[in-house]
Structure formats: structure tokens, C-alpha cells
Design a protein around this ligand. Structure first.
Ligand code: FAD
Length: 367
């Protein structure tokens, strides 16, 4: 297919989510991916869905995150029925560990804020923490227990989104970097890749950390930069942790297969994908400080990925001003896995000229 109703640039979790929602609504959708779907941040992330543990302040962004978090349960069921793939949405709950006086003051503030917002949050004392998680450092003073912050296996989720999208008629072209935009006057009517020209009624930029590099092509500055995140995984047999743990310097995600993901750095080093000695040392030290028992566990892997960062750390969702037919859904920074379901849903409504079920104009590109 060289023509489509909607053409999506980028096969990360955001592009794949939008593609599936559109395909379900019988829109003819074509997704162009430079390399392989899910090969960048969306396949490399830790997969926690934890707006509460991340301490987001009340406001439209927290509302967006909470709405998306709610969508994972039903999404897991639908994807399992449609594809047979279990996206390992685990209702682990999270503990924000308090190790210092300063942490305790922060914990009290967060507790009050989240309780006032009507969210489920509990203050646990030291004993409650150690009963629930016996391997946590005995130096712990307490924790915030966040029973609704969970996790998903992000690489599996991308695979399931693509398989479900394919079954609903979406098309995915891998190994196809977009190198140009086709216009009729100001209107964007398609894109060029190395081998082909594609025509579409609407084009969506969903190229993650690379969306900023497309700005020149689309004649609009897109202030998105890569923020490198290093991550590593340790082997356990599921016998060390039950909850996702957050501390000031690191988080630990105990995955369904027993591995514990330890993350992550935030570094502005351009598109340099190296894992560094300092990065790994920092993560291991922080992990041991939270859970000393992890020190004796085998380290399985370490890797790095690029989060799409924006100056105010909020995503860009909506039309690109001055270019009718062109849209953007990018810049999800640290929360693209969490925000994938709601982004797919809202963007599909917009692209189908429907009223949005949740107002999201605060996330427009020219805010
Ligand atoms: C270490 C790390 C840990 C993270 N942990 C979490 C977490 O626990 N929870 C959470 O919610 N988020 C997490 N994130 C953030 C999350 O991974 C991102 O926000 C999300 O994956 C962004 O998805 P995306 O689809 O926008 O971008 P990507 O997954 O980067 O996909 C963009 C795609 O566009 C393609 N592309 C680029 N240029 C072109 C072009 N010209 N033509 C065609 N295709 C192109 C790329 O090849 C890529 O596949 C983490 C990120 C990192 C790096």
C-alpha cells in the first residue's frame, strides 16, 4: 500500500498504539519504521507504570497518566484475546522507600497531596516495610505504599500492539526511514522514504527522541532531545522482591521472569548509546543501598536507550501549526510506556475528527 488515510512515522510504542486504535476504527493506516518496530526506547524501558511513585504534582499531566494507567487492565485482556500474547501487566504495587529525614519530609508531602487528590496511598512504618519486603535495607525508616502503581513488559506490549494492528488491517513497513515530506501548498500529503513515496490524508510524527531531527523536514521547530537512560538487570528467582521499589537514586522493577531491572540514569549526551562504567557503578551502588541482598546476584545485562525529552518534560500531542494534515505525538520522556494507551486513544479521536474524550490542548506543540 502506498496510500493510506493516516501515515505514522516511527514504530515505537506510541506509533504502534495510535496505529492499532485507528485500525480498530477501520481507518487505513500505514506505519513506517526506520529500523525494526520497538527497537528503541519502547523495547528498552523498565516498564513501570508509576505516576504516584514518580511524585507528579496534581494537574492535567497527572490526570493523563492516571487515565492511561487505568487502561492497562482492559488492554491486557483485549490483547490476549486478539493475539495470544500476555503483556505481563503485573499488579505489583510500588513502595517509595524513605531512608533519611529529608525523604520522610518528602513522603509526608506526597502522601498529603495524593490523598487529597483521592488516590490510594498508605504510610508504612519500618516494620511494615520489612514484613512486606524482608530484603530491603534495615536502615529503612518507612515507605509510601502505592497499591495502584504497576508494571508491564514493554517489549511484549509492542509486539502485541503490532500483531493486533495487523489483524485489524494496519500495515507496518520496517527498514524504511522517512527522509522527506510531500506537500501540496502548505498541506502535508505524504512522505518520502529512501525507496518510496507514500501519500496519506494525514501524517503523524511519532519518532520518539528523533522527532526533533524531523523539524527541518516539517518546517516547524520540534524541541525534542534525546535523554540517555542506562539500565541493567540482575537475576533472581523471584525470591528477593515483590513490589516495585523507588528510592531517590534508583528504582527496582521485579519482572515476571524473576529478573530485577535497575534504572536509570538521565544524561544529555546526544545520540551516544554507550553504557558507561560510571553509569553502571552508580546504579549498582544505589540498588545495593536499597536492597543489600542484590549484591550477590548475577548481573545479566546492561543497556541504554533514548527518552524523548522536551523542555517542560511534557509530551507534544496534536496538530503541527502551519502544516495542515501534519500531527505529532511525541516527547513522552520518562512515561511513554505508561502513556501509550491514552495517547493512542486521544490521537485516534483527533485524527478521526472526533471530540476528544479528555481535553488535551495543553499538550499542543506551540504551547
Ligand atoms: C532506560 C529507559 C527506561 C525507561 N523506563 C520507562 C518506564 O519504566 N516507564 C515508562 O512509562 N517509560 C519509560 N521510559 C520512557 C519510554 O521508553 C519512552 O517514553 C517511550 O518508549 C517513547 O516511545 P516512542 O514510541 O515515542 O519512541 P521510541 O520507542 O524511541 O520509537 C521511535 C521510533 O521511531 C523510529 N524512527 C526514528 N526516526 C525515524 C524516521 N525518520 N523514519 C521512520 N522511523 C523513525 C525509531 O527507529 C524508533 O523505533 C524509559 C526509557 C528509557 C530509555
Amino acid at each position: 500500500m502506498k496510500t493510506a488515510d493516516v501515515l505514522i512515522i516511527g514504530g515505537g510504542i506510541i506509533g504502534c498504539s495510535i496505529a492499532l486504535e485507528l485500525a480498530r476504527a477501520r481507518v487505513r493506516v500505514l506505519l513506517l519504521e526506520r529500523d525494526r518496530v520497538g527497537c528503541e526506547a519502547s523495547g528498552e524501558a523498565a516498564g513501570y507504570l508509576a505516576p504516584q511513585a514518580e511524585g507528579l504534582a496534581p494537574g492535567p499531566f497527572l490526570d493523563l497518566c492516571l487515565k492511561s494507567r487505568e487502561m492497562f487492565g482492559p488492554l491486557q485482556e483485549t490483547l490476549r484475546e486478539e493475539t495470544g500474547i500476555d503483556i505481563e501487566y503485573l499488579r505489583s504495587g510500588a513502595l517509595y522507600l524513605l531512608l533519611t529525614e529529608e525523604d520522610e519530609a518528602y513522603g509526608r508531602r506526597l502522601y498529603a497531596e495524593q490523598r487529597d487528590r483521592g488516590l490510594r496511598v498508605e504510610q508504612w512504618d519500618r516494620q511494615q516495610v520489612l514484613e512486606a519486603e524482608p530484603h530491603v535495607t534495615p536502615a529503612v525508616r518507612g515507605a509510601l505504599y502505592l497499591p495502584d502503581d504497576h508494571q508491564v513488559q514493554n517489549a511484549r506490549m509492542v509486539r502485541a500492539l503490532v500483531l493486533a494492528g495487523t489483524r485489524h488491517g494496519a500495515q507496518y513497513v520496517e527498514g524504511s526511514p522517512v527522509t522527506g515530506v510531500v506537500r501540496k501548498g502548505d498541506r502535508v500529503t505524504g512522505v518520502r522514504s529512501v525507496a518510496e513515496t507514500y501519500h496519506a490524508g494525514k501524517v503523524v510524527i511519532a519518532a520518539g527522541a528523533w522527532s526533533g531531527t524531523l523539524g527541518e523536514l516539517v518546517r516547524h521547530e520540534i524541541p525534542i532531545r534525546p535523554a540517555r537512560g542506562q539500565l541493567l538487570s540482575l537475576q533472581t528467582r523471584g525470591d528477593v522482591l515483590r513490589h516495585i521499589l523507588f528510592g531517590r537514586e534508583a528504582y527496582l522493577v521485579p519482572r515476571a521472569n524473576g529478573e530485577v531491572a535497575v534504572g536509570s540514569t538521565v544524561e544529555f549526551v546526544g545520540f551516544d548509546k554507550h553504557v558507561t562504567a560510571a553509569g553502571i557503578e552508580g546504579l549498582l551502588t544505589a540498588a545495593r543501598k536499597l536492597v543489600p541482598a542484590l549484591a550477590s546476584r548475577p548481573m545479566l545485562a546492561a543497556w541504554a536507550g533514548f527518552r524523548p525529552w522536551t523542555p517542560d518534560e511534557l509530551p507534544f500531542l496534536g496538530a503541527v501549526p502551519g502544516s495542515p494534515g501534519l500531527y505529532i505525538a511525541s516527547g513522552h520522556f520518562r512515561k511513554g510506556i505508561l502513556l501509550a494507551p491514552i495517547t493512542g486513544h486521544l490521537m485516534a479521536e483527533l485524527l478521526r475528527d472526533q471530540e476528544p474524550s479528555l481535553p488535551f490542548s495543553v499538550f499542543r506543540l506551540d504551547r
